[in-house]
Design a protein around this ligand. Structure first.
Ligand code: IDP
Ligand code: MG
Length: 160
């Protein structure tokens, strides 16, 4: 699986609050209109084992049990997005963790108020993105295809 240039990939989870609030389409639309390519998409329920692995960096925090309970409270939508420097681009479009302080125009800034309930997960580094895409998608669930629109999203020197 390619992770370089315009083939960089990242993992997004549309969280249970967004699924329950009917924001799945709105969130996917924001990534599509940004010019990112959806190369993997599925709905799934998360179990405690995968969550402890995915959230290992916060597993010892006092708020972790509520994060785990929240993430298991309904299905989530997993997305694999592709594009040039997509990991950083998605983090910018997401906004900061504490939604009520996230900048207006960002997904969290526009669509959420919570700290735990912040509608979306996005990988924070290219290295973590590779591990997270592999955690939530099998290789044959990631689709490699051309997107004609890329002629108007990137200039020739960027489209390598
Ligand atoms: P991120 O999602 O912005 O990358 P992380 O620090 O990786 O933030 O934390 C993972 C998730 O854990 C957050 O998205 C949020 O749902 C939850 N979380 C993080 N810090 C807090 C906190 O201080 N209180 C409540 N929930 C938190
Ligand atoms: Mg994080």
């Amino acid at each position: 699986m390619k992770f370089d240039g315009i083939h960089e990939k990242t993992l997004v989870l549309i969280k249970p609050d967004a699924v329950q609030r009917g924001l799945v389409g709105e969130i996917i639309k924001r990534f599509e209109t940004k010019g990112l390519k959806v190369v993997g998409l599925k709905m799934m329920r998360l179990g405690d084992a995968v969550l402890r692995e995915h959230y290992a960096h916060i597993a010892s925090k006092p708020f972790y049990p509520s994060v785990e309970k929240f993430m298991m409270s309904s299905p989530v939508v997993a997305l694999c997005l592709e594009g040039l420097e997509v990991v950083d681009a998605v983090r910018l479009v997401m906004g900061i963790t504490k939604s009520r302080a996230a900048v207006a125009g960002s997904i969290r800034g526009d669509l959420a108020m919570g700290y735990g309930c912040n509608v979306i997960h996005g990988s924070d580094t290219v290295e973590n993105a590779q591990a997270e895409v592999a955690r939530f998608f099998k290789p044959d669930e990631i689709l490699d295809y051309d997107k004609g629109e890329y002629l108007h999203v990137y200039s020739d020197d960027e489209r390598v």
